[in-house]
Write a protein that binds this ligand. Structure first.
Ligand SMILES: [Ca+2]
Length: 144
């Protein structure tokens, strides 16, 4: 009797790690596949953002660039509208012929100090103004 129980125990111990291993492989695959699809989604969103930014600049130059960033700021209404990190991310989506200046954070609070970003495409400039509240963002067809 005793040796039977021992055999069963040994048997169980032998099976358990194999089962756990199989389960963890399965889980790992699921996690990897979820991560892959999340990164594909992120890549797709990034590609779309760059396409949008490109069309905005192609059709409306400096103003298009400013309006594009303004649109992104308005869409991210759960974030601080002056966040330098976010704004820089939007600016990075712009095609290379669009130059953005004026993102400054002298006091190091992570927020743009004056809420003004100037966009230049060719010989045209436009100025995006983001009030601290994030409401009433404005785009003007002049340098800031
Ligand atoms: Ca600041």
């Amino acid at each position: 009797m005793k040796s039977l129980r021992l055999l069963a125990l040994v048997g169980l111990l032998g099976i358990a790690p194999a089962t756990l291993l199989a389960c963890s492989d399965d889980t790992k695959e699921k996690v990897e596949s979820a991560a892959d699809s999340a990164s594909e989604d992120a890549q797709r969103a990034l590609d779309e953002a760059k396409d949008d930014a490109s069309s905005a600049v192609d059709s409306a130059g400096a103003r298009g660039a400013a309006e594009y960033v303004r649109g992104r700021v308005k869409a991210a209404d759960d974030q601080d509208p002056r966040s330098v990190e976010l704004l820089q991310g939007y600016v990075d989506d712009l095609p290379s012929q669009a130059k953005a200046t004026g993102l400054d954070d002298q006091d190091g609070d992570g927020l743009d100090d004056d809420g003004k970003v100037e966009f230049t495409v060719g010989d045209k400039s436009s100025c995006l103004t983001i009030p601290e509240s994030g409401n009433d963002t404005q785009v003007s067809d002049d340098a800031c």
